[in-house]
Design a binder for this molecule. Sequence first.
Ligand code: 5AD
Length: 330
Amino acid sequence: MLTKPQILSYLQGDNDAELFELSAQVRQAEVGSESYLRGLIEISNRCAKDCLYCGIRCSNAAVERYTLGLDDVLCSAQYALESNYGSVVIQAGERTDDYFVTFIEQCVRKIKTFSNGKLGVTLSLGEQTAEVYQRWFAAGAHRYLLRVESSNPKLYSRIHPTGYSWSKRVDALKMLRNSGYQVGTGVMIGLPFQTLDDLANDLIFFKKIDIDMCGMGPYIEHEAAPLTQYKSLYTNEQRIQMTLRMIALLRILMPRINIASTTALHALDPKGREKGVAVGANVLMPNITPQINRPNYQLYAGKPMNDIDLSAFDVGYGEWGDSRHFGDRD
Ligand code: 5AD
């Protein structure tokens, strides 16, 4: 078991070669060499939140807002099914109104019925009530992603507007677990004010709350987001390297969870996703949002709008690729 001083030493880059070799071995032994696909449908960029780092925050008036219709959603899901992706992720800005909640429920039901239950459905739709989480689970969704963004409540409050509650977010993760979902969380890496100690604590937090899945990526400035006025402690290269170390360390700490190699890694490095997979990530999320809506879902500057070249990966086609860690718990 890695101790916190060992984690910190690896995060400092004291021995990348050893770390990456070890994490690759653990990955191979515990989850094999395959990566699983989740076709990402960015169903709406409307958002009630105003997170200080995010390009689609509600006060960014420059964004043209959209919500896909049911037909578009099903068309994207059909593409995922035909391409043998195995799963889709439905992601949107955060909204809690009844209309939206019912629309999502309907989307999940339809995706499950038209695919004959073949497509797994993951949701990434922010903080909701336990009742809403249960409704969506009952409709057929079985995994949920809700990044905690930082495990440090002080840092969390510096990157969010006044009044946003870290403990409410952690409570939401608990509600998701109690509703039966495989639960994923994650953090941004290289945030202003974020220290190596914060990052080490993020990993310890994931272990403590016993997550099933994780998505971590470099923080990337967006011109319309107020956090951009503060300097990160890390260059872009350092953020990539730090993200790879975080993925590798998490693979060693939690050998059988699913770890995504994120789009933000690719945004800073054309080989970013490959590098993430090489050090232990085993999930890829090809964007299957209709092309015409993609420019309006810019969470950060330079978010790629093109498709992943999957030939570079050993892909587990047609599989849900559930978290083994979740299965172990039963
Ligand atoms: N840089 C990197 N990641 C970001 N996200 C939002 N804004 C940014 C940014 N500027 C991430 C958050 C959120 C996920 C959907 O996108 O971690 O949870």
